[in-house]
Every structure is written in C-alpha cells, then in structure tokens.
Design a protein around this ligand. Sequence first.
Ligand SMILES: [Zn+2]
Length: 518
Amino acid sequence: MIQMQVYDTGTRKKQPLFADGATELSIYVCGPTVYDHIHVGNARTFAMFQALVNYLRFSGVAVKYASNITDVNDKIYAAAATRGMSSSELAKQATEWYVEDTTRLGLGRPDMEPTATGSMAEIIALVEQLVERGLAYEAGGDVYFRVNEYREYGKLANRTLDDMVAGSRDDLDPGEHKQHPLDFTLWKGAKPGEDTSWDSPWGKGRPGWHIECSAMAEQTLGAEFDVHGGGIDLLFPHHENELAQSRGGGRPFARLWMHAGMLEAGDGSKMSKSVGNIEKLCDALDRMPAWQLVLFYLSGSYRSPLSWSEQGLHDAQVLGTRITETLRRSQRYLATVQTKGVGEDDSFADSTREWEGIHEALRDDFNTAEALKELNGVLYDLNTDVDEHANTQLVRNKRKAILEFLQVFGIGALEPAEVDVTAEAQALITARDTARAKKDFDESDRIRAELEALGYVVRDTAGGTEVINSEDAPEGEGAAVVGDDPDVVPDPDPDAEPDPEDVISAEAADGEPAQVDG
Ligand SMILES: [Zn+2]
C-alpha cells in the first residue's frame, strides 16, 4: 500500500489514509438533495472526491466509493409545489439532471449511488434501534434523537454546547415536540401538503435528512469504513448528527473525516441561491469545456476556499492550452527526429521519475494545486528537451507522465487530435515550403489562405509548414509553445514578455484547514 496522509477533521490533524494492514479503502461522500440542477459549488465537492478516488486507483489502491442521492426532503416538497409537480416527479427529474451534469465532467462516477427512498427499510430499522437503546423518543408522530444521552456530541465539529444551542435555534419548527433544543429529527410524521409518506412503527411519515446518510453509508460500505467526506458546510449539524446516530447505534462508523472547502463568489462572498451569485454546473459546461472546469477545481487545495472568478477560469484555460501544445510539439519532434523501430513509441516509456513530485504533492493531503505546479515543471522540462534535441527516450518518458495525468483527472480531451491531412493539403504544404525556400512570400501567403479555406490552421515551424485542424486549434491561435519558465504559461508570441498574471493560482494551497462556517 502507498504512504498517504490526509487532514482528518475529527482529530484536526493529518492522519495516515490507510489503516494498518488495509488492502482497500472505502469512502462515503454526501451527495446532493435533488430539487434543481446542481451548481458549480456542489460540483467542486463531487469533482474533488472523484479525482481522489481516480488517483488512488491509479496508485494501485482498491477503492469502494459510495455517494448518496437525497431524494426525499423538505426542500424537494417546497420546490415541487413551486413548479406545480409532485415531489417524487421532481426528485426523479433532478436525479437525472444530477447524473447527466456530473457525468459531463468526465471524471467517472461513484461505484454506488444509493437513494433515501431506496433505503427506507434500513432507515426505519436504525431509528427503531436508537429508540430501543433510549437514544431516541417518539413525540407527536415524530421521532427525535436525544442529544443529552450521547456524550460525544459536538466532538467532531469541535463545538461547545452553547455554540450548538445558539446554532440550533434556526432549526426549531413550531410544530416540533423536542425535549431539548439540540435534539434532532430522525423521523417526521406526515404533514398536510406532503405528497409522499412511508409506513413506520410511528405512523406514516418520512425520514430526517441525517439518518438517511447513516443508513445509506452502512448499507453500501458496512458498519465501519475508512473515510466520510462532504463539503465543510455539512460538518455541523449534518455530520455531527450522522456520527451520533451511528456511534449511538453501536457502529464504529467512519475512521476519518475529509471536508472540501467552499467555492466562493469572485468577491469572496459565500455563493448562495438567494444572493443569485451562483452558476449551475450545466450552464458552466455549456460555456467551457469540461477540462477547463476540472483544471480550475484542481488549481486549489481541496480544503481551502476557492474563488469562482473569470481569472481563475482563464488560468485553467491557459494551462490546458499549454498541455495540448507541449504534447503536440513533442509528438512532432519524435516524428521528425527518429525512424520509429521496435520499442520506439510511448508505450515503452517509463514515467516513474516524472511522477515523483506529483505523487509527493498528492500523497500529502491530496494537494492538487502543488501537483499542477509539478506538472508545469514536467511541461517545462519536456519543452526544454525538444529545444535541446534531447534523447527521444527522455521525451517519451515525460509525454507518458503527462498523458497519464490527463487520464487520471478525466481531461484526456487535452491530448491533441491527429491531424487529417488530405492529399490536396499535403501538395499545398509542399508547394508552400518550396515558395518559402525561394523567399516568395506572396505565393506562400496565397497558399496559406488556400489551406485555411480547407479548414486548417497554418503554423510556421523550424521543420516547415505545419497544419492542424482548425477545430482543434486553441482559441486565438498563435505560434507553438516554447520552453519558457515552468510557472509561466506560454504567450502566443514566443518573443513577447510572459504575462505574470498567467500563472495557475496556488495561493489557496496554504495548508491551513478550511474555515468552519460558524
Ligand atoms: Zn450526508
């Protein structure tokens, strides 16, 4: 097993990710409540945990990954009423949106995606056990968890009783029958206007939000599992309550707790639907390629707040272009400097050395911001190799590392497409090179226009005229990438001063735990 540590919210320090003698890792992450399209903030949590799972698998770790879908909830009843549809119809529709939208990110999906409505028997059985143990009580058709009977309450979120009582006031409903203000609902009796309910020992009703996750985590991963994840905004009360229910019910539950930081609006304020400063994931993916959004998420350490800004998205776009152009340039180099024989292709390359720095960053609390800096270093070295006509084995090794990185993080679309050069285009390329050799630039410009009319972008390289299919050309196509500073992205004009703004932002990777929302 690899050596890796992550910051555990429960103990407030970094801990080994793998238990002694472990042969696999099990992860449960809180998924969405389905009443609308998810937004780019929700998608950050989805992307970061899926990226972690993908990276662990690339490192040879067997992973079991479950993430739930909350498909019965107050928010769904309210949104369904506004839309004039039944809550079950809306939940079904919004579940489809969630699966479609997150699949478009290209990172893959959790192995198991249990739903609350599909876990009703397990949920009711767990509530019954808590009642039998004296940790829960029925009142007026509702069932509540008795917080005073669970001594560890508040330990996970590191909160005092006063904090928690103050924070709980918002949750008090007029119709509730709690014995203590911190007691929380495990089962809610059916109310007028709610169009779904399930039979239970306490009458018709439906589960509270927290108990759903306790039941679904156990149903998918067992009574004890390695990592429980989610957004930091879920730490209290949701995760504190999950832990109280499951431990109170005699289960060991999660060994480690990992929390993803919030995505903030560009001005540093919290994104929220009510403020209207939020973008839906599907809208973001309509206006940019998925790789750009994924690179944007990776540009910050997962625990730190990340700012949803055009600058951050631009930086991600520039890095993506740099990756594609570096791969294209090195591919051309390999094609021109060697006659390919046995063993002379990327499949015989060895990327071990190039991965060292990237592994080091990712195995220290999955620091993707630092990993992107390491990747930038590999891009720089690869461009230098090409500049210096280095040994082709070195070039192939670096290319392999970059291509593997793209596969792990679902951004394989950055690999340059093969150029479809027709016989007609090839004849024009040869004619243009002849014209340029004779310094007949009028003729060479005329042929350039002809090639462009055929759907190519034309580049002048040391090896002569080169074309790429125009749909594969970067926006605002310029010259090919040069081997410049590893932390600075290429400028379309190789002789221009690099723009110091064009760096992948790493200020979020400060190693400080993300701030807990008070
Ligand atoms: Zn949950």
